[in-house]
Design a protein around this ligand. Sequence first.
Ligand code: ADP
Length: 273
Amino acid sequence: KSSISPLRRINKVINSYALTKQKEIETLQKNEAFRREFIADISHELKTPIFATQGYILTLLDGAIDDKQVRMKFLKRAAKSLDSLDVLVQDLLTLNQMESGVIKFTFTQFDLKDLILEVIDQLEHKASKRDVEIKFNYEEGKNYITTADRQKIYRVCQNLIFNAVKYNNNKGEVKVTLKTSKNSIQVDIKDDGQGIPPEDLKRIFERFYRVEKSRSKKEGGTGLGLAIVKHILEGHKSKISVSSTVGKGSIFSFSLPYVKTNSASDKEKSSTD
Ligand code: ADP
């Protein structure tokens, strides 16, 4: 046996060890870059409502406080800015808890149609302010029972339907449709608004990604809504899909399990058979 062989073997071990370490370092560097970028994003997002609030308060201190009407106007605006800061911090916490797997999902059985009716009822006021009509298509008398985390699915529907309202045109229409197949209920949320360009479509689920920064901010958006939607649906082993045409509108869809029951219409059908 030659004496080189053990040396070679050691070399091989060292090389493969170096390669593994190199890969670990690259992963750490990537994570570090990601973390830095995220902190930069957050800081930037937090600054907007903080600067706004600061601006209103400084103007008040500068003398605007003496005029009752101006005082009320500026205090209301400062309160609104703090509200949006609160929503942003809440959304960040939710997303962070989801990404670190801290958030627990509580699955129960409920009717998806009733949940959507509640969401629409809650958003009706915001829709009518923008002159947008929300329509809901489902089969009368049919049960749409699913097993899911009700509170979180409420959030999903709220985000998607509110987006369909926010990014719609004046006098626009939002159509929410429930369809059942053998084992699943599909929810479609369709708007006839501005649509999303293909290059942005794959990025809208990233946190803070916005197609139109100014519009989203004006509407009070945090840019975190769709990232939260994606995470919640992943927790249900479901996913969100979207198709969109610029100038025509978008459809966001997702599915949940369908738990069949004897609904009123099923009973009617069987009694007439
Ligand atoms: P935001 O709080 O800004 O609404 P989201 O995460 O909910 O954040 O959405 C990300 C971006 O995707 C929005 O800023 C908007 O540009 C785009 N978007 C979402 N839904 C729609 C829609 N229905 N029509 C057009 N653009 C949309």
